[in-house]
Ligand binder design. Structure first.
Ligand code: CP3
Length: 335
């Protein structure tokens, strides 16, 4: 097993496994803490509990990397939007006000999110040195989807209606790039060695704006990470064969495949990058044989190139933790 940072920087093909949403509702030990902490944002800002939750899946499964327990919506929260979660309905943010937003500065991020940086310091101290600690941000478009309430439909194919002028959108994206970079740098200074950039709603970008809202902001953030020597993994979920242009234009160290991407296509088309993930999290709800067959496909196809085992989206809340254990054992024993 190898440190994720080494794999991303040296592109060696040592084995490594972690899961998106590895700390979450499928774990009884998480649900216990969550039931005692009804306010999710406050929980993310409780440094000791955030660190404890981050380490829960490491203790249980000895995964190779930990991902700090937080949320992409901590940036809108730090910028003054109220964020609440009602079960089954997803996050709800208070109304976006552009005038208030434009008055915000990097200090609002570094000060309001300081408990996250403290949680990272605590976790780094407790974590075995061989293991990576992953930080993350939401890409500007995906943050905007939540901040401006653009997501009018759950279908990833449905397009969004934007009630803002193009110039205003450009200004919002530019500022969000700046805020993401500050958050990434602070997380790295506190002890994270890799960053994952989630563009979970990239599939909703109007085609004629794809360059401006997807490639360009992700590229600027990745360039910043390169300058700061922070290895980056991008996850532009749902963009189909535009993964190829994304990789060529944005040039991250790693790229997470979603479950719609054919792994063979990825191997042939995504070059000079470490591939990660891809397997559908739904396979963990199936019988062992089907789950192992799904995993085998990815392991076989990527056996000669640098590949980090993970999924095509986060672990589902209904996943049985024993299935996760079996999958990790299967991967580690695979010859
Ligand atoms: O273990 C980890 O992966 C680290 C923690 C993490 C969370 N959210 C914790 C969380 C990470 C990396 C995220 C990222 C995130 N958050 C994304 C990008 C990845 C993706 O899923 O596409 C997005 C879009 C969000 C926004 C968000 N946060 C949503 C849509 C929800 C509600 C969905 C749900 O599962 O209820 C959240 C809440 C959230 N973030 C939970 C967790 C563990 C569930 C909170 C609960 O206990 O109710």
């Amino acid at each position: 097993m190898s440190n994720l940072k080494e794999i991303l920087l040296d592109r060696n093909s040592c084995k490594s496994i972690w899961f998106m949403r590895q700390a979450g509702r499928y774990l009884p030990e998480f649900r216990k803490i969550r039931s005692e902490n009804k306010d999710f944002i406050k929980l993310c800002l409780n440094s000791d509990l955030s660190s404890e939750i981050t380490l829960q899946p490491i203790k249980r499964f000895d995964l190779d990397s930990a991902i700090i327990f937080s949320d992409i919506l901590m940036i809108p929260y730090a910028l003054g939007q109220n964020v609440t979660f009602t079960s089954g309905r997803g996050p709800k943010l208070s109304k976006f006000d552009i005038k208030t937003f434009l008055k915000k500065s990097g200090k609002d991020i570094s000060q309001n999110l300081s408990p996250i940086y403290k949680a990272i310091e605590i976790t780094r101290r407790k974590l075995n040195k061989k293991k990576s600690l992953i930080s993350f941000v939401g890409a500007p478009w995906t943050l905007m989807i939540y901040m401006l309430e653009l997501k009018n439909s759950h279908s990833s194919k449905a397009q969004v209606k934007i009630n803002f002028k193009e110039e205003e959108i450009q200004i919002i994206i530019k500022k969000l790039i700046e805020f993401c970079c500050i958050h990434i740098k602070k997380q790295a200074e506190s002890g994270c060695d890799v960053v994952q950039i989630f563009d979970s709603w990239a599939s909703k970008i109007p085609e004629d704006k794809f360059d401006k809202y997807c490639y360009a902001p992700n590229r600027e953030i990745v360039e910043f990470c390169q300058k700061e020597k922070i290895p980056s993994i991008c996850f532009p979920k749902g963009i189909g064969n535009r993964y190829k242009t994304f990789n060529e234009v944005v040039k991250p160290n790693g790229i997470n495949l979603d479950y719609d991407i054919d792994p063979l296509w990825a191997k042939n088309n995504l070059k000079d990058v470490v591939l990660q993930g891809g397997m559908s999290p739904k396979l963990l709800l199936d019988a062992d044989e089907e789950m192992f067959a799904g995993a085998t496909k990815y392991i076989q196809i990527f056996k000669d190139i640098p590949y980090v085992f993970n999924l095509g989206h986060g672990l589902l809340p209904e996943t049985d933790p024993d299935k996760v254990k079996k999958l990790i054992e299967f991967y580690r024993k695979f010859k």
